[in-house]
Write a protein that binds this ligand. Structure first.
Ligand code: ADP
Ligand code: MG
Length: 694
């Protein structure tokens, strides 16, 4: 979810802007900044009060001071119990000696030739100035020293584009961008809520005169994000309520038995309860809007299939939407196997589906010849027709669109909805984003599952991980190796799929059958690689997080996550859920240096529990208010700034204000709401105009 503005000027590509050459434009693009508007919304992650810098020769004893210079030497001394990283800085006036205890993580980050700004308490040892555990940042060697103390923003940066440079680029382009920022809300409302004007907020978040102003700017921008969300929810709710009846699906004992007979196992009590709640909704005549929440591997798919088959028995169609093509294909396979030999017809719709097949498929859907459709969200396009759609199941996609609903609504359809998720929804979010969902929880795993054994290895021990993989493969199992990036031209110095595939294939895993999988491959390639892995034609799949969600290959019993510090806790848990899906004991090996407290806490949590709810709670706690600015909770609606778990009060205000606004102006057609309406319809697709038709 974004407050992305919409004027054409804001769509100007970054490479055409002053102060940005092709090289910088490339780095910016990697950071997700493609246009002037993106730049405007590239918010600082923190602020710093910057004290003036002194030449090293003028540093004085026993005070916190700031200096800068070129790194001329580095060294890592692994002696126990306090291994340390040392660097020498030279600014032409003198040398400054820097020490970081437990600084192993700085190897490869700080190296000779780079310019650093450092801040810390100065002491002298044999006439040489010294700082211990200094704060540091990479600076552009050519920029002048800071002569005056000032307050400045810190941007999420990379080695090639330091925060300082980003700041310069933004300052240079800010006036042009600000000129395009329009006010969304009534001044009286803003006054009542103590909000800065919108344009002012965008200025002050980048160029605050002090921390107080920065916080006020942030508050306004978060408010806008929350308002958009609340207005979107309000409007979609109105859309839904506009049509109160949904098809009534009947379920009796016989049908129940017939459906269960399709499953190769009996359902757990938790699954039965969920099924029962769903069946009641489906028979109620009111559209179901239910969230099915269950940890990875808890068996949500079967529950969804049950519901879909109830639909089919009632002569209604059902669709299952997956977030990725890989996952859609997997669901299709699962369903085809379970339905083999039945009269139920099933179609797959992804961008891979051949044109002709798709055309036939769509025809069959429209004619009612196809009972079930599996696809990505792209299936719900303007051109899709259903004979009698009764149920939409959405897997792992919380942002399920108001948009898809609007499309269906525009076709006069009001199906039941079931949304599946493995992410436990914090209460605050349940109150807001999922306010009008009923929730079913699957709180137990299928029987016979062995808890996944999780170990944390140092990079120096990675050979033992490969050795372990080899043993498991000899025993007939398969393995995943997950890496944080596709190729080594990424942002930071971590391992990549392409390079590791090459390295492991020549070295440590030369005797195994390896394959690489990542998001930049075309869909045919992805499909072939996934199918080969499922059919056990490859032993080890080396992948990015494309395998994060839903992939179900029970024969895979090992997952190695390298550079594990690069993943969030919930994400690590999701990835781990790729193994432990069969009756064999499974293993998760995390490879990482303990670079800081937070990483250490995350990795330790992983080795201590396999319970998704506990993990989610810890994740929240770890991220908590400790982080100055918003976080991206895996799988939850994305905001640029708002961390909904920490913005309770603002959330309540936004909810109240949005409701009041819609009560007066349900379709936001009032001229004063023009800009707001444009921002909303950009975000929600065509929903608003559809609302007017419907
Ligand atoms: P998720 O909730 O993560 O989507 P899946 O639906 O993919 O989980 O199920 C995980 C695995 O557990 C699948 O291989 C599925 O066949 C199996 N499974 C699901 N329910 C049961 C059950 N009641 N008994 C045994 N195995 C089950
Ligand atoms: Mg699943």
């Amino acid at each position: 979810m974004t407050v992305a503005p919409i004027s054409p000027a804001l769509l100007r590509p970054v490479e055409t802007l002053p102060g940005i050459g092709t090289t910088r434009a490339k780095v910016l693009q990697k950071l997700g900044v493609r246009t002037l508007g993106d730049l405007l919304e590239y918010f600082p992650r923190d602020y710093q009060f910057e004290s003036s810098e002194r030449p090293v020769s003028q540093l004085v004893d026993d005070q916190i001071q700031t200096a800068r210079g070129e790194v001329v030497a580095v060294d890592y001394i692994p002696s126990r119990p306090r291994p340390r990283f040392e660097a020498t800085l030279d600014d032409g006036t003198d040398k400054l000696s820097l020490t970081w205890f437990h600084g192993a993580y700085l190897r490869g980050r700080i190296h000779p030739g780079m310019s650093l700004r450092v801040q810390g308490k100065v002491s002298f040892f044999r006439n040489i100035a010294k700082m211990v555990q200094a704060k540091w940042e990479v600076v552009d060697g050519d920029t002048a020293r800071v002569e005056e103390s000032k307050f400045r923003p810190i941007y999420p940066a990379t080695l090639r584009l330091p925060s300082e440079m980003i700041q310069k680029i933004i300052e240079q382009n800010l006036p042009d961008a600000l000129a395009e920022v329009e006010e969304w809300f009534d001044p009286a409302l803003l006054h009542r809520r103590g909000m800065l004007p919108r344009r002012e907020a965008y200025r002050a978040i980048h160029l605050p005169k002090d921390l107080d102003e920065a916080l006020r700017a942030r508050r306004r921008i978060i408010y806008d994000e929350l308002m958009l969300m609340q207005l979107g929810l309000g409007i979609s709710k109105r859309l839904r309520e506009g049509r109160i009846t949904a098809p009534v699906m009947r379920l009796d004992k016989l049908l129940d038995q017939r459906i269960r007979a399709r499953f190769p196992f009996s359902m757990t009590n938790a699954q039965q309860n969920a099924v029962w709640q769903i069946a009641r909704d489906l028979g109620s005549g009111k559209p179901m809007n239910r969230l099915l929440q269950g940890d990875v591997g808890s068996g949500k798919t079967i529950v969804a299939l049950y519901a879909m088959l109830v639909g089919v028995a009632n002569r209604l169609q059902a669709v299952l939407l997956a977030p990725t093509e890989v996952l859609a294909e997997q669901h299709y396979l699962t369903l085809s196997n379970l339905l083999a030999g039945s009269n139920v017809s099933l179609g797959l719709f992804t961008s891979r589906t051949k044109r002709q097949k798709k055309t036939t498929g769509l025809k069959d859907l429209a004619a009612g010849k196809l009972h079930l459709a599996v696809g990505t969200q792209a299936l719900i396009q303007e051109d899709v027709e259903f004979a009698n759609l009764g149920l939409v199941v959405v897997d792992e996609q919380h942002k399920l669109g108001v948009r898809q609903r609007a499309v269906l609504k525009s076709k006069g359809l009001a199906p039941h909805y079931l949304v599946m998720t493995a992410t436990p929804i914090p209460r605050t979010l349940a109150l807001s984003f999922f306010a009008d969902f009923d929730v079913s929880v699957i709180d137990a795993l299928p029987p016979g599952r062995q808890p996944i054994q999780t170990r944390w290895l140092r990079p120096s021990q990675s050979d033992s991980a490969y050795e372990f993989i080899r043993k498991q493969v000899q025993a007939g199992r398969q393995a995943y190796i997950v890496l944080p990036q596709i190729d080594d031209n990424g942002l930071e110095d971590s391992k990549s799929v392409v390079k590791e595939h090459e390295r492991l294939g020549k070295g440590p895993l030369a005797d195994l059958r390896l394959a690489a999988l990542h998001g930049q491959m075309n869909t045919d390639e992805k499909h072939q690689i996934m199918t080969a892995f499922r059919d056990r034609q490859t032993d080890v799949l080396i992948a990015t997080t494309v395998i994060e969600v839903g992939i179900d290959v029970p024969n895979a019993t090992v997952i190695v996550i390298d550079n594990a510090e690069r993943f969030g806790l919930s994400q690590l848990h999701q990835l781990r859920g790729r193994v432990g899906r069969g009756s064999e004991t499974s293993y998760c090996l995390l490879i990482s240096d303990p670079s800081n407290e937070h990483t250490e806490a995350r990795l330790r949590a992983m080795t201590q529990t396999t319970d998704g709810f506990e993990i989610a709670e810890m994740d929240l706690k770890l991220r908590g208010p400790g982080e100055f600015f918003g976080t991206r909770q895996h799988g939850l609606p994305e905001f640029k700034l708002a961390d909904v778990t920490n913005e309770m009060e603002l959330l309540h205000q936004a909810k109240e204000d949005a409701q009041a606004m819609l009560a007066e102006d349900p379709r936001l057609t009032h001229p004063a709401h023009r800009h707001l309406r444009m921002a909303l319809s950009k975000q929600l697709g065509d929903t608003l105009s559809l609302a007017q038709i419907g």
